[in-house]
Design a protein around this ligand. Structure first.
Ligand code: 6CS
Ligand code: FE
Length: 299
């Protein structure tokens, strides 16, 4: 079952545990310093302590319109309607996520190497970086379903073989993220604890987990403890705002029953010094449209 190819390196224990576990993070959170990039020392300290940082206006509204148009072309392209990269909502045909957006339109590829993005990412990860995953989460009005609490790193470690916590996500808002339309919630400080999860990874887990995750989610006791310590931060902002968050930050979001869709782009950057190995708790790695297996440093 569990691949133990990484004998000399102890991973974080997760999946098929007898009981959930909470262990301290082993890696730093910020790998670079003020001199390396656009963030000042205060911003780096906030990221280090909270596990995330909000950027009020990363890109302007004209560019957001162009990104939104590109996404809508993809979602409405008949040639892509059966494409695996388009993930549907549980219980409807509405598109929930589009994976590998950087291969579906050059505008999304270019955004990954935009200095406003790449400079900040390199500063925090303290090295050259590559794309582990890209996606859009559409959270359509009335029918966008929730994402239950999870640590992305738990999944990337267990199912993709990401060895250490040296990766982050940047989420860019294509629509307003409000208090009521299913915006991202993060537990401040949760990135300092790895929560091991109980269930065994099913074969082809991604087919279910990307619609409604049931394995690789923490227990209620562990979540309650994290929230008791850190509280919950709701990340709101206008289109064009962004949030960068650590790969192990505990986060999730509620469903969207408002008429206002909440669409965000997500880029996951991993350090080139943290290339994926064999999965730590799954039989085979997930398909490359979900988790890249080649390290191609972004320039
Ligand atoms: O499985 C994954 O890789 C993705 N799933 C969720 C629910 N969040 C982050 C991650 O990109
Ligand atoms: Fe996530």
């Amino acid at each position: 079952m569990v691949n133990s190819a990484v004998s000399e390196f102890e991973g974080y224990a997760t999946r098929a545990l007898d009981a959930p576990s909470m262990v301290p993070r082993r890696e730093p959170v910020v790998f670079g310093c003020e001199a390396d990039g656009p963030f000042d020392a205060d911003q780096l300290q906030t990221y280090e302590q909270q596990g995330f940082l909000v950027i009020d206006e990363l890109v302007d509204s004209d560019f957001i319109d162009a990104l939104r148009d590109a996404l809508s072309r993809i979602v409405n392209d008949p040639a892509l309607s059966d494409d695996e990269r388009l993930v549907r909502e549980p219980g409807s045909d509405a598109v929930r996520s589009v994976f590998e957006i950087h291969r579906l339109d050059p505008i999304f590829a270019n955004l990954a190497t935009d200095p406003r993005v790449l400079g900040r990412v390199r500063q925090i990860l303290g090295s050259e970086v590559y794309l582990h995953q890209t996606r859009a989460n559409l959270k359509p009005g009335f029918r966008g379903k929730e994402f239950f609490w999870h640590s992305d790193f738990e999944t990337w470690h267990a199912e993709d073989g990401m060895p250490t916590m040296r990766a982050l996500s940047i989420s860019i808002s294509l629509t307003a993220n409000e208090v009521h339309n299913g915006s991202l919630m993060i537990i401040p400080g949760s990135h300092r604890t790895f929560v091991g999860c109980c269930g065994e990874t099913p074969s082809d887990h991604y087919r279910d987990s990307l619609r409604a995750q049931q394995v690789g989610i923490p227990g209620e006791m562990e979540l309650s403890r994290l929230v008791a310590d850190g509280g919950i931060e709701l990340i709101t902002g206008q289109a064009g705002s962004a949030v960068m968050f650590d790969c192990n930050a505990m986060h999730g979001s509620s469903g969207n029953i408002t008429p206002y869709s909440r669409s965000n782009l997500f880029y996951v950057f991993n350090s080139v010094e943290n290339a994926v190995t064999e999965p730590f708790a799954a039989e085979v790695p997930r398909p490359t449209f979900i988790a890249a297996r080649q390290v191609e440093a972004l320039r």
